[in-house]
Design a protein around this ligand. Structure first.
Ligand code: ADP
Length: 372
């Protein structure tokens, strides 16, 4: 007969848990596609979402070089940046791909993980919005040209001499038409930037001359608010390799913002210097500063976004804009391999600086990045 022995109650020692199936379940739950590759770029693991985004079956995908399936994926080297983001078309879908380096416990890079998200629907919605804006802008430009032309004729006395009141009315119409033309041109310009259809002349732009000309043109607007414009232009400044119209657009947006968002009696300072680099490429740095209302911390990440206008700032709302200026400025600066940034203190002022190479690399063509 079996003898039963009673043992004191013991807490069982947990066996090491096999977590690989948990990892697998998590990977399979994800709505994003995951593609893991080893150091030589060979795919070692994929989840089901990635399989359906890439097409085929997991068995045929695993073992292939990732670059064969995602040719536009940025390559990451252990000594370079740790992650990169890009958008690409794969199997008729638009994928947003983020690729990150993976490290082991000792900190050695072991390969990469690419996270793929299907953004076809958002991309289509964005295109529809862009097309709508472009069509509406073009359609509005024609009647506006007629309104402007006939009002100019009236103001010039072609329809008979005008009383003082009538002159005031026609001038108000002309001022507002000019504003609408500017807004519509900005929309059309932004749409050409986005589609990469921007025309440019392989020319040289004289920034010092452009700055002087724009400040002269903006003088009446500045004087209206009691503002003073100060220029500090490096005498060594030479023309840079860029289309003058594009450089004028950048400068005009920054200078008009410094006027619009200033305080009565304030100052606008425009400084342009040549920064010679050891390799003699040379950069021009332009800073436009004001001592106006400044930018709130919460708004800082958004000022370069399209159609961004902060909420609840009476003065800024009065200043009337569409929130396209800085988005266009950034896209243009970056298209010329430059960079733009700003410093700002609420209620004290802002200072926008851009640097742009004096010469573009050989074979340069104006590739404009999406502005969103
Ligand atoms: P807009 O001036 O038409 O609104 P922008 O794209 O030029 O569009 O600027 C976006 C927003 O950034 C503005 O609405 C404003 O709130 C803020 N901003 C731009 N420049 C300045 C500046 N110099 N000072 C304060 N705020 C500014």
């Amino acid at each position: 007969m079996a003898q039963f022995q009673s043992y004191p109650e013991m807490t069982p020692v947990p066996a090491p848990m096999d977590v690989s199936w948990i990892h697998r379940s998590i990977l399979e739950c994800l709505l994003d596609g995951i593609v893991i590759s080893d150091q030589s770029g060979i795919i070692t693991n994929v989840n089901q979402t990635a399989v359906s985004l890439l097409g085929g079956v997991a068995e045929t995908i695993i073992g292939q070089p990732i670059i064969d399936l995602l040719p536009r994926l940025p390559l990451l080297a252990p000594t370079g940046s740790e992650s990169a983001n890009t958008r690409m078309e794969v199997n008729g879908r638009i994928l947003q791909a983020q690729v990150n380096l993976i490290y082991d416990e000792a900190g050695a890079a072991q390969g990469t993980v690419a996270i793929l998200r299907d953004v076809s629907a958002q991309d289509q919605a964005q295109r529809a919005k862009d097309n709508f804006l472009t069509t509406v802008s073009h359609e509005l430009r024609t009647p506006l040209t007629a309104i402007k032309g006939y009002t100019e004729l009236l103001a010039g006395g072609a329809g008979g001499s005008l009383s003082d009141d009538q002159k005031m009315f026609t001038n108000t119409i002309l001022r507002n038409v000019a504003r609408m033309v500017h807004l519509i041109n900005s929309l059309i310009f932004a749409s050409s930037l986005k589609s990469g259809r921007l025309e440019h002349t392989a020319d040289y732009a004289d920034l010092a001359q452009l700055i002087q000309q724009i400040c002269r043109e903006q003088q009446p607007a500045a004087a209206e608010h009691g503002l003073q414009i100060h220029l500090n232009l490096d005498p060594d400044l030479r023309p840079i390799q860029a289309d003058s119209i594009h450089m004028a657009t950048i400068l005009e947006e920054l200078i008009t913002n410094a006027i619009k968002y200033n305080r009565p009696g304030g100052h606008v300072r425009v400084k342009a210097i040549l920064q010679d680099a050891p390799d003699e490429v040379g950069f021009v740095a332009v800073t436009v500063s004001d001592d106006g209302i400044g930018i709130d911390d919460a708004d800082r990440p958004h000022v370069f976004e399209e159609f961004f206008r902060p909420d609840g700032k009476d003065r800024q709302i009065q200043a009337r804009g569409m929130g396209m200026g800085l988005a266009i400025v950034r896209a243009l600066v970056e298209a010329y391999n430059g960079r733009i940034w700003f410093e700002s203190t609420p209620d004290q002022g802002s200072s926008f600086t851009f640097i742009i190479p004096a010469h573009q690399p050989k074979g340069f063509s104006l590739l404009t990045a999406p502005t969103d």
